[in-house]
Design a protein around this ligand. Sequence first.
Ligand code: IMP
Ligand code: MG
Length: 205
Amino acid sequence: MDHDLAGILVDEQAIADRVRELGARLAADLERDLARDAALGASSDADDFGRVVMIPVMTGAIVFVADLIRAMPMRLSLRLVAVSSYPGASVQSKGAKLAAEIPGDLAGKHVVVVDDILDSGQTLGLVHELIAAQKPASLRFCVLLRKPDRVRRRAVDVQYVGFEIPDEFVVGYGLDFDGHYRNVPHIATLRHEVVERVRRRAARA
Ligand code: IMP
Ligand code: MG
C-alpha cells in the first residue's frame, strides 16, 4: 500500500499532536457552555447527560472522531450522519447527498459536527442546514483538514481546523480514494499511476 503513495503531507505524529489540541479546545469551550447553561438554570449537572452530541460525517470522519473524542474528557454522546459526495473513483465533489436519515432530536443540545475535510463546503453546508433547523443550543464544526478558500462553493463557518492543506487530492486517516486508503495513518497524496489505474478499472466496471 505504501508504494501507492506519492508523498506525506501530514505525518502520524503531527496528526496525533494536533488532534489532542483540538480535543482539549473543544472540551474547554463546551464545558464553558454547560457552565453557562447551569448558571442560567437551563440545566443542572445531572442533566449534562446527553447535552453534548458529537456528529461525525460518515465515512471519512471515522478515524478522526475516534481519536478526537478520546481527547475530550467529558460526558458526550455520538450520533452519525452519512453524506456522500465522491461516488466511486472520482476526485471531485459531485454535490452532497444525504445517505441516511439525520438525527432529529438535537433541539437544545450542544452539537459538534466532525468531518475529515472541508473542500467545496457542500457536505457541511447541507449538514448545517438540516441541524440548524432543529435549533440546537450551540452548533460547532470541526474538520481535520481545510482546502484553500478559492475551491469553496458554499460558505460554512468552521471554528476548529486541524491543518490547512493545498488543493490536492489526499488519502489516509479516514480519507479514501474509491473506498481505499482510509487506514493509511498519515495524510498522503497518491501516485498519478495509481489514480489512473483505479479510474480505468472503474470505467470498465
Ligand atoms: P465538500 O462537500 O466538497 O466540502 O467535500 C467534503 C467531502 O468530500 C469530505 O467529507 C470528504 O469525504 C470528501 N473529500 C474532499 N476532499 C477530499 C480529498 O482530497 N480526499 C478524499 N476525500 C475528499
Ligand atoms: Mg466525507
